[in-house]
Design a protein around this ligand. Structure first.
Ligand code: RRO
Length: 308
């Protein structure tokens, strides 16, 4: 009988080595080294920070979160302490030997590059470029869903820092493949698919939208089929690795994403419902699935659904 120790769970995503394919999704517990340390101790292979910009930003006023059927709508509005402050949090995590993926955003190509440089100097192991925040428009997140910008900025960041670059894409587009190809042309090392889906909730007593920002991003189980479809479309056509994200709360969900073509997965909203134990539970479940089906390596199941 095969023992656990013969099972390989380690993955390599665009040059970044992780002890297993689980990460937290950007924005969940990602604002302090101490919380991200707990994510790693909970069993994640690497940790992803909240999206960090050049300057500190308060985000939208409350309410910024509402539970809806099948998930959660958020309109946090990119709250973050700014790159210089956050570089210190990254340093702390590096001091603990934890692989850190810094999620970053910028209001221009130059700003993206500057934030990338600051967090690279702080010791980030990889950068995830957030072009896809659904809750802030215009000047702060100008690159939302525009393939030309995605290519231009990805290539500028890639030239500026010597780190694996992941591009996080939005499902709020007509053709996500155009954005995936643009990421690849820009030199991205991996794609994270997907960010949240634009949604809205109404308060019938107050007769107005619940979120102060009116529109929010939907995450949680309701997002999963959309995210799986995006991962499928991308992995049919694009060569670089894909990190699946959207509605993963059980080991079965994680395995679905791996079979669909994702090389790793990010877990977000499920942490809110199930706590940090969710990483250990999902990892045990994935191990059980691999062993029960005669696989020796988690990488063996990536994309199997395309070949069926
Ligand atoms: O901060 C947010 O409102 C936010 C971001 Br940056 C994002 O990428 N996705 C999201 O659902 N919310």
């Amino acid at each position: 009988m095969r023992t656990m120790s013969q099972l390989n769970l380690a993955v390599e995503i665009g040059g970044l080595k992780l002890r297993n394919p689980l990460m937290n999704a950007a924005g969940i517990l990602g604002l302090s080294a101490n919380l991200l340390k707990r994510v790693y101790e909970g069993g994640a292979g690497g940790v992803v920070t909240k999206s960090i910009g050049l300057h500190p930003r308060r985000g939208h006023s409350n309410p910024t979160l509402v539970v809806v059927e099948g998930g959660v709508l958020n309109s946090m509005g990119l709250p973050n302490p700014g790159a210089t402050y956050f570089a210190n949090e990254v340093k702390k995590l590096k001091g603990m030997g934890i692989p850190v993926i810094a999620s970053i955003f910028g209001s221009s190509r130059e700003e993206f590059v500057e934030v990338a440089r600051i967090l690279a100097e702080g010791g980030a192991d990889a950068l995830e470029l957030n072009y896809s925040c659904p809750t802030v428009g215009g000047e702060r997140c100008l690159l939302d869903a525009d393939p030309e910008n995605i290519e231009r900025v990805t290539s500028a960041v890639k030239d500026a820092v010597d780190l694996p670059i992941f591009v996080k894409l939005s499902p709020n587009v007509g053709d996500i493949l155009e954005c995936a190809w643009a990421s690849e042309r820009g030199g991205a090392d991996a794609i994270t698919a997907v960010n949240t889906l634009k949604g809205l909730a109404i308060d019938v007593e107050l007769r107005r939208p619940i979120l102060s920002n009116i529109v929010g991003g939907l995450s949680g189980p309701a997002l999963k089929p959309v995210a799986l479809r995006c991962v499928w479309e991308i992995t049919e056509e694009v060569e670089i690795p894909v990190i699946g994200c959207g509605g993963i709360s059980t080991w079965r969900d994680a395995v679905e994403f791996l079979l669909c073509g994702a090389n790793a997965v990010q877990i977000g909203t499920a942490i809110m419902y199930r706590g940090l134990e969710v990483f250990g539970e999902i990892l045990e479940g994935v191990k059980g699935y691999l062993e029960g089906n005669g696989f020796r390596d988690v990488n063996e199941i990536v994309g199997l659904a395309h070949k069926a």
